[in-house]
Ligand binder design. Sequence first.
Ligand code: AMP
Ligand code: FE
Ligand code: FE
Ligand code: ZN
Length: 303
Amino acid sequence: MKSPATKQPPANPPSAPPAAGFADLHLHTLFSDGTFTPEELAGHGARLGLTAMALTDHDTVEGCPRMALACQALGIEFISGAELTAEMEGSELHILGYCLDLESPELQTELRKFQAVRQNRIYEMVARLNRLNIPLRAESVFALANCRSPGRPHVGRALVQAGLCSSLEEAFDRFLKKNRPAWVPKFKISALNAMSLIHQAGGLVVMAHPGLNQSDEMIPALVEQGLDGIECFHSRHTPAMSAYYLEIAARHDMLVTGGSDCHGYSKGKPLIGGSKLPGIYFDKLKERRRSAAGAAAPRPPSP
Ligand code: AMP
Ligand code: FE
Ligand code: FE
Ligand code: ZN
């Protein structure tokens, strides 16, 4: 038996319950360019044993209430989110907003604007295809997308459905990739405006998949402006990339997030669960959210 002098303190004192499980905080549904419903996505999360999930559809939070209910029924923690396409100094970067107030009027207004831009862009892409004698109709893209936030994958899938391309890859390679003949640049909010929009809606700002963008040099300036975290774990990050961004996050005292960026069957095999965030990082995100909300709350009246 151990003597009291050598007795170790409990690894997890009752006041700090162990962070458990894994989270996937980067997921898309058919409210943008994913193929799963929120309920299907939550079901896959439960089967994979995820303990927390976030929905991050492009330019919309419409799927969040349904996803929250589906997760609740399955005992999975859920946080709301959205992914915005932003730019800084001419480079594109994707910004994730988490724990958003879904009723924020400013957020609702801006998301509606981004969605209108996306819908107009579909008409422009189809017009370019038509000029190339590809007889795709915008109506068939909207019917397939059946959402307010349509994008290039919907155009690609409509081309395949109409027998005008044999695969999504072919559609992107021939027409939709940057600088291909049907590509139309997308409006990008400035990174600083995206951050203030998310903060205004009570959310936390995270830089998505930095390994896929040329945005590393902007990190210090973004941190200055209130960047809260960085997506270190992502399906397309190598272990070396994750380690690199973990080090950057630690240097700037930023949150660490991660997720699969699953789009269902849109890009082949569903990626959900392919990149998992250890629960301890999810707990830190919630802690930061609580302290930010506490700091923003009005002070109680003095006696
Ligand atoms: P958009 O927001 O309309 O510009 O479309 C971007 C979406 O298209 C993102 O979700 C990407 O993952 C997807 N995407 C980009 N390139 C490709 C590609 N080569 N094949 C399939 N999907 C792609
Ligand atoms: Fe997408
Ligand atoms: Fe992205
Ligand atoms: Zn995404």
